[in-house]
Design a protein around this ligand. Sequence first.
Ligand code: C2E
Ligand code: MG
Ligand code: MG
Length: 635
Amino acid sequence: MDTTYAIPQRGGEIAPIDPSATRKEDSAHAGKRRLLIVDDIRENRDILRRRFERHGFSVVEAGGGVEALDLLEREVFDLVLLDIMMPDIAGLDVLTRLRAKYPPGLLPVIMVTAKSQSEDVVEALNRGANDYITKPVDFSIALARVVTQLDRKHAEEKVHQMNEELSRANEGLEFRVAERTKDLIEANLQLRSEMEQREKTQATIAHLAHHDALTGLGNRLLFHKQISDAVAHKQQHGGNLAVLFIDLDRFKAINDTLGHGTGDAVLKHLATRMRNALRESDKIGRLGGDEFAILQFGNEQPKEAAALAARLIEIIGTPFSIDNQRLVIGASIGIAVAAGDYQDSTQLLRAADLAMYRAKADGRSRFRFFEPDFDREAQERRELELALRAAVDQDALEIHYQPLVNLRTSRISGFEALSRWDDPKRGFVAPNVFIPLAEEIGLIDIIGERVLKRACAEAATWPEHVTVAVNLSAAQFEGGQLVSVVKEALDASGLSPSRLELEITESIFLHGSEANVAVLGELGSLGVKISMDDFGTGYSSLSYLRSFAFDKIKIDKSFIRDLSTSQSSVAIVRAVCGLARSFGASTTAEGVETDDQLTQIRSEGCTEVQGYIFGKPLPANEIPALLERPLPAPK
Ligand code: C2E
Ligand code: MG
Ligand code: MG
């Protein structure tokens, strides 16, 4: 410990210390040290006082125990030098009283004894004396012991002071800890409420991620999981399950004609109907658009799935009203029963989807079970789709032209442009195969536009009286571009509009027919001719004739083929020719192959013939020669 007192050096003189040379911050050392010297013999006191004073102490003397106790009562001392032998009160008694008030650490007492008083020394130490010195006093020893005791006292004070500071600091710390704890509790509460909020948000997000917002049914993601869980359950506990893939028939037409609001209401309504038709264990999900799927558990598959599918078709097909609109909607359903290779969710859903696709192709509003062949066919279809995309990318489709012969003049009046696709791997692919595919995968617009432009450009090189006929798909009416595409084809080629014939089929009357009829009107007003192709193959062909003033009716080749065997075909051909004449429209008989057919349609008053009898579709470069040659005279 650092001290201000000079410790006597061995053999050296004791250096006086400067009591003011204390550390500023050390308040215990501030000022002079006060000693009380208690001795009944004045000379003893004087000597000690002078010598201690020389060493920087302040000294007070007391001539006996009574006086000493009195002084101690009134004044503060740092240390007492107490003579043991005194006449009034013995030093030991003074010590006892003094110790009753001041502990040794607070007020050190050094006994001053004669050498012979060793028992008293022991007693004094027992009663709380800090140390002793013997008479005659050796001052350097006395000073050293005084300094030692004062140091100890100082040290104890210091410890005491530090303890106090520590306990004050502790109190502060406790306060701060309490404050901090309060803060922490608040922060904790805040955190918990934030976490609860977050959990709620996460639950909402999870719900949204797994449910369809419109109908509240599970979505594709959830449905996949439900199938996976069901398959796992089946593997452990047995039982069987079926996936039903449901697609509404012609839902797009409702959206297009009545608007998306009604479309949404229809979906909601039907979703509820379906859900109500299910057992509790069955799961239903909306996979997107107008596609729904059901997971059905049951031990008697496929019987139970077939029964459910039949019930669903009936339930969905029951008429209902939305916004005072009476609606009837059909549904096509594909069913896949978990078995063999078809076990996981993707396979099952795909199999059910393929079966649904078949149900649609079979004529809608029916159900089909999946058959493994569908898979292979779907694969082939996918490959065909890729090949068609590549062919369109490389502009590899060609056009062949088939002559149309006017029966009155016996001359070629025009050609029909027919798309041709010669695939390097598959060879010739029929337009009846790739045109519907192109419609489905959105390639028909680009194919149709190319055919139009090329056919017009080609026709512009032909003699003035020769027309060109181009087929249009219903899908080409949908984009709103058709009229401008036709105009561009005419402008670019310089072909007179009256030499262009556009052939449409009855399918354009099935969807969005009013808009399509308006487009037909616009096309007609460009000056191009509009022909009704494949007439008689639709459901209500005659009624379509009322919708638009066609320039030409092409009688489907199925009637021509049957002319020799079917009286009704003869009657139809006759009726159509008569009807067209009354409208001021011309007629073309398609697919005329034989002289008999030719004779017969000629007698029915048909204006034009298209058929192998006068020529198959051929490449453009063969046309000039054909036009120069006289037509082969029918036998
Ligand atoms: P379509 O418009 O009715 O064309 C007449 C079809 O009858 C052609 O079949 C033609 O080759 C065939 N044909 C003509 N004369 C005879 C005959 O005497 N006997 C037989 N058995 N068939 C005959 P193709 O070229 O196979 O075209 C089939 C259908 O594909 C076309 O029927 C048309 O609907 C469609 N198509 C062809 N090219 C295009 C096109 O560029 N765009 C669109 N949208 N459809 C096209
Ligand atoms: Mg045609
Ligand atoms: Mg036709």
